[in-house]
Design a protein around this ligand. Structure first.
Ligand SMILES: [Zn+2]
Length: 237
Protein backbone atom coordinates (compact mmCIF):
# COMPACT_ATOMS: atom_id res chain seq x y z
CA UNK A 1 0.00 0.00 0.00
CA UNK A 2 1.47 3.31 -1.00
CA UNK A 3 1.68 5.93 1.66
CA UNK A 4 1.87 9.52 0.62
CA UNK A 5 3.45 12.18 2.73
CA UNK A 6 0.99 15.02 3.03
CA UNK A 7 1.80 17.62 0.46
CA UNK A 8 -1.04 20.02 1.05
CA UNK A 9 1.11 22.53 2.92
CA UNK A 10 1.98 24.75 -0.01
CA UNK A 11 -1.51 25.04 -1.48
CA UNK A 12 -3.68 27.97 -0.48
CA UNK A 13 -6.81 27.66 -2.60
CA UNK A 14 -9.13 24.67 -2.85
CA UNK A 15 -12.25 24.09 -4.93
CA UNK A 16 -14.62 21.19 -4.38
CA UNK A 17 -17.02 20.27 -7.20
CA UNK A 18 -19.72 17.74 -6.30
CA UNK A 19 -23.08 16.54 -7.51
CA UNK A 20 -25.28 16.53 -4.39
CA UNK A 21 -25.42 18.47 -1.14
CA UNK A 22 -23.62 16.17 1.37
CA UNK A 23 -21.32 14.53 -1.25
CA UNK A 24 -18.48 16.83 -0.18
CA UNK A 25 -19.07 16.09 3.49
CA UNK A 26 -19.17 12.30 3.12
CA UNK A 27 -16.10 12.06 0.87
CA UNK A 28 -13.94 14.98 1.97
CA UNK A 29 -15.55 16.74 4.94
CA UNK A 30 -12.61 16.15 7.27
CA UNK A 31 -10.15 17.36 4.66
CA UNK A 32 -12.17 20.51 3.97
CA UNK A 33 -12.49 21.24 7.70
CA UNK A 34 -8.74 20.80 8.10
CA UNK A 35 -7.85 23.07 5.17
CA UNK A 36 -10.25 25.76 6.36
CA UNK A 37 -8.86 25.55 9.90
CA UNK A 38 -5.37 26.01 8.48
CA UNK A 39 -6.51 29.23 6.82
CA UNK A 40 -6.86 27.89 3.27
CA UNK A 41 -9.58 29.25 1.03
CA UNK A 42 -12.21 26.66 0.11
CA UNK A 43 -14.90 27.18 -2.54
CA UNK A 44 -17.69 24.67 -3.13
CA UNK A 45 -19.31 24.31 -6.55
CA UNK A 46 -22.61 22.56 -5.87
CA UNK A 47 -23.88 21.18 -9.18
CA UNK A 48 -27.35 19.95 -8.15
CA UNK A 49 -29.33 20.93 -5.10
CA UNK A 50 -30.43 17.35 -4.55
CA UNK A 51 -34.04 18.13 -5.42
CA UNK A 52 -35.03 14.46 -5.85
CA UNK A 53 -33.27 13.11 -2.77
CA UNK A 54 -36.20 12.01 -0.63
CA UNK A 55 -38.83 9.29 -0.30
CA UNK A 56 -41.37 11.78 1.08
CA UNK A 57 -44.57 12.40 -0.93
CA UNK A 58 -45.55 15.61 0.84
CA UNK A 59 -42.85 17.87 -0.52
CA UNK A 60 -42.12 19.37 -3.95
CA UNK A 61 -38.73 19.37 -5.68
CA UNK A 62 -38.55 23.13 -5.21
CA UNK A 63 -39.22 22.87 -1.49
CA UNK A 64 -36.66 20.10 -1.15
CA UNK A 65 -34.02 22.07 -3.05
CA UNK A 66 -34.54 25.09 -0.80
CA UNK A 67 -34.35 22.91 2.31
CA UNK A 68 -31.18 21.20 1.11
CA UNK A 69 -29.47 24.45 0.15
CA UNK A 70 -30.16 25.75 3.66
CA UNK A 71 -28.79 22.53 5.17
CA UNK A 72 -25.71 22.78 2.97
CA UNK A 73 -25.14 26.41 3.90
CA UNK A 74 -25.22 25.48 7.59
CA UNK A 75 -22.90 22.53 6.95
CA UNK A 76 -20.45 24.75 5.07
CA UNK A 77 -20.48 27.23 7.96
CA UNK A 78 -19.53 24.39 10.29
CA UNK A 79 -16.70 23.29 7.98
CA UNK A 80 -15.40 26.79 7.23
CA UNK A 81 -16.12 26.81 3.49
CA UNK A 82 -15.67 30.38 2.26
CA UNK A 83 -18.02 30.39 -0.72
CA UNK A 84 -20.73 28.22 -2.30
CA UNK A 85 -21.68 28.45 -5.95
CA UNK A 86 -25.04 26.80 -6.75
CA UNK A 87 -25.51 25.53 -10.34
CA UNK A 88 -29.04 24.18 -9.62
CA UNK A 89 -28.98 21.50 -12.28
CA UNK A 90 -31.72 18.93 -11.62
CA UNK A 91 -30.86 15.95 -9.45
CA UNK A 92 -30.32 12.97 -11.77
CA UNK A 93 -30.08 15.27 -14.79
CA UNK A 94 -26.34 16.02 -14.89
CA UNK A 95 -24.91 15.62 -18.39
CA UNK A 96 -21.14 15.88 -18.95
CA UNK A 97 -21.64 18.28 -21.84
CA UNK A 98 -20.02 21.48 -23.10
CA UNK A 99 -22.42 23.68 -21.14
CA UNK A 100 -21.53 22.12 -17.79
CA UNK A 101 -17.84 22.15 -18.69
CA UNK A 102 -17.98 25.87 -19.48
CA UNK A 103 -19.74 26.62 -16.19
CA UNK A 104 -17.00 24.81 -14.28
CA UNK A 105 -14.25 26.50 -16.32
CA UNK A 106 -15.79 29.86 -15.40
CA UNK A 107 -15.58 29.00 -11.68
CA UNK A 108 -12.01 27.78 -12.07
CA UNK A 109 -11.01 31.01 -13.76
CA UNK A 110 -12.78 33.12 -11.12
CA UNK A 111 -11.64 31.31 -7.96
CA UNK A 112 -8.27 30.05 -9.29
CA UNK A 113 -7.78 26.99 -7.05
CA UNK A 114 -4.47 25.20 -6.56
CA UNK A 115 -6.33 21.97 -5.78
CA UNK A 116 -9.65 20.74 -7.18
CA UNK A 117 -11.47 17.94 -5.36
CA UNK A 118 -14.19 16.02 -7.21
CA UNK A 119 -15.78 12.61 -7.78
CA UNK A 120 -13.42 10.04 -9.35
CA UNK A 121 -14.85 9.58 -12.87
CA UNK A 122 -12.40 6.77 -13.59
CA UNK A 123 -13.53 4.47 -10.79
CA UNK A 124 -14.98 1.34 -12.36
CA UNK A 125 -18.63 0.55 -11.72
CA UNK A 126 -19.47 3.93 -10.26
CA UNK A 127 -23.25 3.77 -10.50
CA UNK A 128 -24.54 7.30 -9.99
CA UNK A 129 -24.69 9.14 -13.31
CA UNK A 130 -24.50 12.54 -11.55
CA UNK A 131 -21.24 11.52 -9.86
CA UNK A 132 -19.78 10.26 -13.14
CA UNK A 133 -20.98 13.38 -14.98
CA UNK A 134 -19.64 15.89 -12.46
CA UNK A 135 -16.33 14.03 -12.12
CA UNK A 136 -15.80 13.83 -15.86
CA UNK A 137 -16.81 17.44 -16.54
CA UNK A 138 -14.60 18.74 -13.74
CA UNK A 139 -11.54 16.77 -14.83
CA UNK A 140 -12.11 17.94 -18.42
CA UNK A 141 -12.62 21.55 -17.31
CA UNK A 142 -9.40 21.55 -15.27
CA UNK A 143 -7.33 20.03 -18.05
CA UNK A 144 -6.89 21.49 -20.55
CA UNK A 145 -9.93 23.74 -20.95
CA UNK A 146 -9.47 26.23 -18.10
CA UNK A 147 -5.77 26.41 -18.90
CA UNK A 148 -5.83 27.40 -22.58
CA UNK A 149 -7.10 30.85 -23.61
CA UNK A 150 -8.78 29.89 -26.87
CA UNK A 151 -11.27 27.66 -25.05
CA UNK A 152 -14.47 29.66 -24.57
CA UNK A 153 -12.55 32.67 -25.83
CA UNK A 154 -15.60 34.78 -26.59
CA UNK A 155 -17.43 33.89 -23.41
CA UNK A 156 -14.70 33.92 -20.82
CA UNK A 157 -11.32 35.15 -22.00
CA UNK A 158 -12.80 38.29 -23.51
CA UNK A 159 -14.68 38.90 -20.26
CA UNK A 160 -11.30 39.14 -18.58
CA UNK A 161 -11.39 35.70 -17.00
CA UNK A 162 -7.80 34.71 -17.53
CA UNK A 163 -6.77 31.07 -18.15
CA UNK A 164 -5.94 29.13 -15.02
CA UNK A 165 -3.65 26.20 -14.26
CA UNK A 166 -4.75 23.99 -11.39
CA UNK A 167 -1.84 22.26 -9.65
CA UNK A 168 -3.53 19.04 -8.54
CA UNK A 169 -6.76 17.12 -8.92
CA UNK A 170 -7.78 15.07 -5.89
CA UNK A 171 -10.33 12.42 -6.87
CA UNK A 172 -12.51 11.25 -4.01
CA UNK A 173 -13.50 7.67 -3.20
CA UNK A 174 -10.91 6.25 -5.61
CA UNK A 175 -10.24 2.59 -6.15
CA UNK A 176 -6.50 3.02 -5.52
CA UNK A 177 -5.74 6.04 -3.29
CA UNK A 178 -2.30 7.58 -3.20
CA UNK A 179 -2.96 10.50 -0.87
CA UNK A 180 -4.12 10.15 2.72
CA UNK A 181 -5.15 13.24 4.66
CA UNK A 182 -4.99 12.82 8.43
CA UNK A 183 -8.43 13.93 9.61
CA UNK A 184 -8.08 12.71 13.20
CA UNK A 185 -8.62 16.20 14.62
CA UNK A 186 -11.48 16.97 12.21
CA UNK A 187 -13.66 13.87 12.17
CA UNK A 188 -15.99 15.41 14.77
CA UNK A 189 -16.35 18.57 12.67
CA UNK A 190 -17.18 16.41 9.66
CA UNK A 191 -19.87 14.56 11.62
CA UNK A 192 -21.24 17.84 12.97
CA UNK A 193 -21.45 19.16 9.39
CA UNK A 194 -23.18 16.01 8.15
CA UNK A 195 -25.77 16.37 10.89
CA UNK A 196 -26.82 19.67 9.30
CA UNK A 197 -28.21 17.58 6.41
CA UNK A 198 -31.28 16.59 8.40
CA UNK A 199 -33.32 15.69 5.31
CA UNK A 200 -30.71 13.03 4.54
CA UNK A 201 -29.37 11.78 7.87
CA UNK A 202 -32.43 12.32 10.09
CA UNK A 203 -31.38 12.46 13.72
CA UNK A 204 -27.95 11.16 12.76
CA UNK A 205 -28.28 7.88 14.61
CA UNK A 206 -25.25 5.62 13.92
CA UNK A 207 -23.74 8.40 11.79
CA UNK A 208 -20.86 9.02 14.17
CA UNK A 209 -20.12 5.31 14.48
CA UNK A 210 -20.28 4.78 10.70
CA UNK A 211 -18.12 7.78 9.85
CA UNK A 212 -15.48 6.94 12.44
CA UNK A 213 -15.37 3.32 11.34
CA UNK A 214 -14.90 4.33 7.70
CA UNK A 215 -12.22 6.92 8.57
CA UNK A 216 -10.46 4.35 10.71
CA UNK A 217 -10.41 1.78 7.89
CA UNK A 218 -8.94 4.35 5.51
CA UNK A 219 -6.47 5.61 8.11
CA UNK A 220 -5.23 2.09 8.84
CA UNK A 221 -3.64 1.99 5.37
CA UNK A 222 -1.57 5.05 6.19
CA UNK A 223 -0.80 4.69 9.90
CA UNK A 224 -3.31 7.38 10.87
CA UNK A 225 -6.14 7.13 13.38
CA UNK A 226 -8.70 8.71 11.05
CA UNK A 227 -8.16 9.67 7.42
CA UNK A 228 -9.71 10.47 4.06
CA UNK A 229 -8.15 9.20 0.84
CA UNK A 230 -7.78 10.52 -2.68
CA UNK A 231 -6.19 9.71 -6.02
CA UNK A 232 -3.95 12.62 -7.00
CA UNK A 233 -3.25 13.85 -10.52
CA UNK A 234 -0.45 16.42 -10.56
CA UNK A 235 -0.46 18.97 -13.36
CA UNK A 236 1.54 22.06 -12.34
CA UNK A 237 5.13 21.59 -11.37
ZN1 LIG B 1 -24.15 12.19 -4.49
Amino acid sequence: MSQEVENSESFERYMVVVAHPDDMEFSAGGTVAKMAAEGKHVTLVQVTSGNKGTDRRDITSEELAAMREAELTESCNRLGVAHIEFFRIGDGEVMPDLVLKERIVRQLRIHRPDVVITHDPFRPYSLHSDHRGVGQSTVDAVYPTARDPLHYHHHLTEEGLEPHKTAELWLSNPEAPDLYIDTTDYVDTKIHALKAHKSQVGDGEHLEERMKQRAEEIGAAAGMKYAEAFKVIKMRR
